[in-house]
Each structure stands twice: as C-alpha cells, then as structure tokens.
Ligand binder design. Structure first.
Ligand code: XMP
Length: 326
C-alpha cells in the first residue's frame, strides 16, 4: 500500500513533536487500511519491528498478533525484554515461540557461513509459517521495512532473503515506517515510549549469534559467545561507550588453546572482541578502546565465562576484514 518513494518535501523527523505528528497520521492510516481485521508481525525485538509493533498496538490493539521466534541465537536477555515490553507493559497479543532446539539441531555440524545463514533464514520462515497457520482470520502482514531497505534492495529486509511465505499465505502488506530513515525510526520509537536500549541498540544481524559462534555451532561455544557479549555490553555501557561505538560484540572461534587456571592446565576457547565505527557499514574503523578497560573486560570474561582462557582484540579495519567474522 502507498508509494515506495519518499516525497521530496517530506520533513525529516528529528523532534518529538514531528514524531507525534507522524504517529497520529499513521494511526489513522493504519486504522483505515486494517479496519477490524487481524495483522500478523514477526517481532524480533530490533528497533524496526518494535516500532511497527508499538504503532500497530496504538492503532488496532489486540487485532495485532506479534510472533517472537527465539531461534536460540539471540543475545542474553533479549527474549525476556520482548515479553516484558510488549506483553507485560503494552498488553500486546504476543505469541512467544522457543524454537532454539530446532534451530540448533538443524545447524549441527554445519560450518560454512553462507549455509548457516540459509538454514537460519529458511527455518525462521518455516517456524513463522507454522505459527501463522495456527491463527485464524489474518489478512495483513506487517513488516519493519525502512527506506534504506527499499533503496538498497528490493524492499525486502536483508535477513528475509530466503524467499518468504508460501503462495497460499499471501497477505496484504502493512509497512508503516517504509519511508523513514533509521534515525527517524529511533525518534519515533522514543516518542512511542519504547525503552532506550531497544531504540538505540546497535545493529544486530538477522542470523544473530549464529555468525559469531564461528564454524559449526556448538552449545558450549554459543553460551560462551552469549555470556562474553553480555559482559562486553555491560562494560561498554558502564564506561560511557554505549551509543558512542557503532557496533561491538564478541566472537568465539572453533579451536582451543592451552592456558592455566588455579594452577591447572586448561585447554579452552578464546573470545575475540570486535568494536568498530562506520557510517554505512561498507567500510569501518576500529574503536580505540582504552587499554585498561580491555584488561578489565579480559579479566571478567576469563573469570566468568566457562571454557574460555584467552581474550583477543580484533585490530582490523574493513577492509581488509568484514565487520562480522562470518
Ligand atoms: P559485514 O560483516 O558484511 O557487516 O562487514 C556489515 C553489517 O551488516 C551486518 N550483517 C548482517 N545483517 N544479516 C543481517 O541482517 C546478515 O546476514 C548480516 N551479516 C552482516 C553486520 O552486523 C554489520 O552491521
């Protein structure tokens, strides 16, 4: 519905007042489009789908059915936050699907990065489709498409690059933020009352921690990625780097090295820290993280994360490296 071209005279949404005007206009449009029908939304907890959910909750309340698929590759605390914000605080109709085991079983033994991405994308569509089939009378599918998605690709979000829902499940699309740039989405999200750590969160790839648990994913290394990432995020927030550094995360490779703990020899995994800045993700520079902070994070990770005995800092800009390791 509607144009895919941003009108030349459309004002950039930079203030709460402009966001409020956008929100009230969209509520009217959404109500006119949807009427008394039901809308389905895959809610990842990322800023785009969260803003779409919050808009639709305001416009059509319980006619919106949000499906949050936990593929087991989310960051620590993410599924809990989606449930807390949308089900508990906003009183949304939220279906929570814990599909972790399913995804991890499908991914077992698969080491090739593109194959891993394909499996995660395809399985995501399958789980979402199964949930959609359980619901009656859905006529609309909401999507968090934003303007760069339209400009850079065919209007389909990058992590949905494996096809989509089958022919017999074609819904009419609802895309309320498709003419907005990312910074505008954040201003609207803030005006909708979403928490700061949801609105200003750093980019997170669709395949999630799956591309940071390098090689064939194992549960022990996946936990090491999740726990070390949580420590890194906590320390960056505590030291004023949250919102200042564009993207930061940890990755865990699929090899072990020798170390020593409590006087005993260990044979365990390294954790790699990556912290980069970029404008468009095409090139990136490495953040100059204070050395004392890196030492402190290293001490915490090696003390608190099981099966880890080393921490490495990735000094490589893009190019020659990519931002992610896979
Ligand atoms: P690279 O690693 O290509 O990453 O330098 C550039 C940006 O894109 C993100 N990224 C992805 N996002 N699905 C996504 O939705 C993916 O498969 C994917 N791979 C990379 C990455 O986190 C970085 O912000």
């Amino acid at each position: 519905m509607g144009t895919n071209v941003r009108p030349a005279d459309m004002a950039r949404i930079t203030t709460p007042e402009l966001a409020e005007a956008f929100i009230s206009g969209q509520i009217k449009e959404l109500q006119a489009q949807i009427g008394d029908k039901k809308v389905l939304l895959a809610l990842s907890g990322g800023v785009d789908s969260s803003v779409v959910a919050a808009l639709l909750i305001k416009a059509v309340g319980k006619q919106l059915v949000c499906v949050h698929v936990n593929h087991g590759l989310l960051r620590k605390g993410e599924p809990e936050q989606v449930i807390e914000v949308f089900r508990n605080k906003m009183n949304a109709n939220l279906v929570y699907v814990d599909a972790s085991d399913r995804f991890l079983d499908k991914l077992a033994g698969v080491a090739e990065p593109e194959k891993k991405r394909k499996i995660i994308g395809a399985e995501f569509i399958r789980v979402f489709e199964e949930e959609a089939r359980k619901l009656d009378g859905i006529e609309f599918l909401a999507q968090g498409t934003i303007y760069p998605d339209i400009l850079e690709s065919d209007g389909v979000k990058a992590h949905h690059n494996v096809g989509g829902l089958p022919e017999d499940m074609k819904f009419e699309l609802v895309e309320p933020i498709k003419l907005l740039f990312k910074d505008e989405v954040r201003v609207v999200g803030k005006a909708l009352g979403l928490p700061d750590n949801m609105v200003y969160r750093q980019p997170f790839p669709g395949p999630g921690l799956g591309v940071r648990c390098l090689g064939a994913i194992t549960r022990d290394r996946l936990e090491a990625v999740r726990e070390s990432d949580a420590i890194l995020r906590e320390e960056f927030a505590r030291n004023g780097l949250e919102g200042k550094v564009w993207q930061y995360f940890t990755a865990v490779p699929d090899f072990k090295s020798v170390g020593i703990k409590d006087g005993k020899r260990t044979f365990a995994y390294p954790v790699i820290i990556r912290a980069v800045n970029t404008k468009d993700a095409m090139t990136a520079t490495v953040e100059n993280v204070p050395f004392e902070l890196l030492q402190h994070i290293t001490a915490r990770i090696t003390a608190e994360v099981p099966d880890v005995n080393r921490v490495l800092f990735d000094l490589t800009p893009k190019p020659s490296a990519t931002i992610e390791w896979e």
